[in-house]
Design a protein. Structure first.
Length: 72
């Protein structure tokens, strides 16, 4: 049985109900994309490319958190 919950993100303030399964599926897809980016970087440029890919992903996450804080 799926248990719905109301997401508290500023983008979903309308009270839209999101299932745990859908949220988990999106998280798994994002994780898969991150792994694929890591594998491509290792294949193309070695450890330095992996480090630069990590820094880009980290900066994107930090900017998203800052935008969310400003929105609330």
């Amino acid at each position: 049985m799926l248990v719905p919950f109301v997401h508290s993100s500023p983008t979903l303030r309308s009270g839209r109900v999101v299932s745990f399964a859908a949220a988990r599926q999106r998280a798994e897809a994002a994780e898969n994309q991150a792994w694929m980016a890591w594998l491509r970087a290792m294949n193309e440029g070695g450890p330095m490319a992996v480090y630069l890919a990590y820094l880009r992903a980290h900066n994107v996450r930090i900017r998203a958190e800052e935008r969310e804080q400003r929105a609330s």
